[in-house]
Design a protein around this ligand. Sequence first.
Ligand code: ES4
Ligand code: ZN
Length: 326
Amino acid sequence: SPLMALLRDMPKAELHIHIEGSLEPELIFALAERNQVELPYADVAALRRAYAFTDLQSFLDIYYAGASVLLHEQDFYDMARAYLARAVRDHVVRAEIFFDPQTHTARGVPMASVINGLYRACREAERDWGISCDLILCFLRHLSEEEALVTLAQAMPLRDRFIGVGLDSSELGHPPEKFARVFARCRALGLRLVAHAGEEGPPAYIWSALDVLQVERVDHGVQALQDAALVQRLARERIALTVCPLSNQMLQVFPDLADHNLPQLLEAGLVATVNSDDPAYFGGYINENFVQLFAATGMGARQAYQLARNSLQASFAGAASKAAWM
Ligand code: ES4
Ligand code: ZN
């Protein structure tokens, strides 16, 4: 239909993609073979059968197991190259890519292998396909702030190879304020700041991401609608929410896409965007998120244009790039 063609073809930015969540089962098994890593699954089909999630933690356990095959700079390059090729097909003109260094440094992988592999894939994709991309380093919130500070120090020799920092992993019990000092240091370093908040967690976590961490965007943020004063704050300050519909469905935040609150977020005047989160695990890349969300909720062309415009506007690309896209 014309609407589905519009959703697929319109230029868009992807602002919420965990690169380790783009690892397809076939690539997981290929890298396991190449690196002689033993997996607790017999084959691709057995791994896929394990993708039956009940909440965020049940997903994270399998996501960290999948990432265990990444050892060398070339592995990180291959993963990011595959994602960026896929994003170009979905008419993504700008990608801001999360990575989880602590998942890898904890297994003895050097920080430089992680960042250099991802960085080379970004520069080559810009050269080969014209997509604009940058990296955002995420701290794992189930670990301590001291461990986040060590991670930041390890990344400092490569400071020019990522544009910002984020906060991800298990939300409940790990509020943003646990990371106040490390985010203050990142802010002083001129890094852009984002954090996951209000995925499973309460509106209070979104407030502290804004007030304590001073983030510029909120990842997920769908629980904001429970707090009218928070909605007013997000709308007034034009703080973008990077919403991930298929992720929310798979992790039972909105078990039925028809009940997703993205239409209400837009109606409330919020700068909502559509993103894929972990596309290899949640059943689709960014265009699949758009198509399934619109099919389920009955939104139309007006909302499609609004979401594409929001994504480009909320990106950390330079003003000249944004002007060229919009
Ligand atoms: C994640 Cl869906 C989600 N939530 C929090 N942290 C994550 N890391 C990767 N995917
Ligand atoms: Zn996420």
